[in-house]
Design a protein around this ligand. Sequence first.
Ligand code: ATP
Ligand code: LTN
Length: 355
Amino acid sequence: MPSVGQTTRPFWLTTLSKLEGMTKPNLFSGMQPSSGSLHLGNYLGALVNWVKLQDEFNAFYCVVDLHAITVPQDPAVLRANTRLTAAQYLAAGIDPARSSLFVQSHVAAHSQLAWVLNTITGFGEAGRMTQFKDKSQKGGVESASVGLFTYPMLMAADILLYQSKAVPVGEDQRQHLELTRDLAERFNSRFGQTFTIPEAVILKETAKIYDLQNPDAKMSKSAADTKGLVNIMDDNSTIVKKFKSAVTDTDGEIRFDRAAKPGVSNLLGIFSAISGHTVQELETRFAGAGYGTLKGDLADLVVATIEPIRDRTNALLADQAELDRLLSAAADRASEVAEATLKQVNDRLGLLPKA
Ligand code: ATP
Ligand code: LTN
């Protein structure tokens, strides 16, 4: 069994999808509607990859609203952010004709399978999840919700319901994918072959985009200070300003060295991911130039990439009825697959079917 978290798409996934011809293998991924905009880390670390993978996989892309309520939410804001997140997926290139783009809470099977997975997860096992430890510490462990604790099992349910072969995520989700695989294997060995064992698809170069002000921390929607956070919905002048004031260092050399020069390395990493040039090519191109030149060129590149996505997002949001119709049709398609898995799970568990 290949280990979780390949740095590039494992060869067998490509081979598999070609061999299977008409029936492409399934793929699942999701993002939380926990902010008014996706950020550059979500875009480069996840979304760009999602768009590419649509060719080879039967993809299910989900706005995971049930995950978003594991921390306090304002209902009106959550509703707006759910539509906005879906619109951003589409604007970035998710094709609703090929991929099922839907809202998690529209498919009841996610909550139902999550409960079952909770019952086969060890308390200590769940307690070792670093995302829970980080997030619960922010507001104090005592006030963290039990939902935050069981978040990884809901995520496992998302993935396993669709018999997903591949799960494209950022580096920070590696541990949750390992838990998902463990739970799938455990269920299969206790109750009989039921779940496909999923594989994380993590692109090494863009696995982690860092905060521009605090380049040791990942760029995050929930950052306390938004000065280092580049959002898809930010206007152009804000984006330029954020890059111009990015934290660097004092040695003045444009060189990739994650440990000694985290700020410059992050800028080079972002530049490389968007332009397709290697970091070495960029080091050569900017040899002898000042940080101001690097920041200015990068800001222009980011603006040119993000502006059309922002414009398309706004256009999609202007026709809310059409967006809702699209989400509803995709949820129906997703439900069919999810219900089939859930039925099998309930049966294997010995839950009495309703007459
Ligand atoms: P939060 O920090 O509030 O938990 P987030 O910004 O990490 O939120 P998520 O919704 O948790 O966003 O993540 C959506 C996807 O984006 C995941 O696949 C995650 O791995 C990826 N991702 C998030 N932040 C980054 C980042 N800084 N670099 C690369 N990928 C990222
Ligand atoms: N926890 C994930 C979001 C997520 C997800 C999923 C990703 C929820 N369910 C299923 C992949 C597959 C995160 O990115 N923070």
